[in-house]
Design a protein around this ligand. Structure first.
Ligand SMILES: [Zn+2]
Length: 195
């Protein structure tokens, strides 16, 4: 029986790399996968890129208005697995559509994404929150902070200073250096005090 998976982790823990590895494993056995991601990640267009090199074209990207169940049942109902990158940008409705795919089409769906937004506030990402509520299997992909502790937060840095406010998606204007780093809660409080 197929299941819905949510594999979450902070920035840089290798989510996309793991997704590509799973795709490779399926294809090596002669099975088909469908790789999709949210359109909101405008930087890389239709491609999945990783920090350490490997990349891959998606089968399609989706916006918040798309019905993913309809799209899959029309064009990809013969695949053996669906892999979703940037899953935090799904709408709660789309997470429900993924569950429909799992149950009605009997195709496993594996979602990779962030659990928490960079502000670390309780608004989170609605897609991630819905996945935490619905997924059959929830798995953490781990990475470490500078100090060696487990990094659970993906924080935004503007010119190397921690910022804890602002929109979910920040467009790089070329004037400021925007970066995201995976840090632990200890470091978060320390940097927040220095703000
Ligand atoms: Zn730390």
């Amino acid at each position: 029986m197929a299941q819905l998976y949510f594999r979450y982790g902070a920035m840089g823990c290798g989510k996309t790399m793991q997704l590509l590895q799973v795709a490779f494993n399926y294809e090596e056995r002669g099975l088909k996968v469908c790789v999709i991601k949210a359109k909101t990640d405008t930087k890389n267009g239709n491609k999945l890129l990783t920090r350490i090199g490997p990349e891959r074209e998606t089968n399609f990207t989706f916006s918040k208005r798309d019905n993913i169940y309809e799209r899959i049942s029309k064009n990809y109902c013969n695949v053996d697995c669906i892999l979703v990158d940037e899953a935090q940008f799904l709408t709660p409705k789309q997470v429900d559509q993924l569950m429909e795919i799992v149950v009605k089409l009997d195709i496993p769906v594996i979602c990779y994404g962030l659990r928490l937004n960079f502000r670390r506030d309780d608004s989170g990402f609605e897609g991630a929150t819905r996945l935490l509520q619905l997924a059959h299997k929830i798995e953490e992909l781990k990475t470490i902070c500078k100090c060696g502790r487990k990094a659970t937060l993906s924080c935004r840095f503007l010119n190397d200073k921690l910022v804890t406010d602002g929109p979910d998606i920040l467009i790089d204007d070329g004037k400021n250096k925007i970066s995201y780093r995976a840090i632990c809660n200890h470091r978060y409080y320390k940097l927040k005090e220095e703000q």
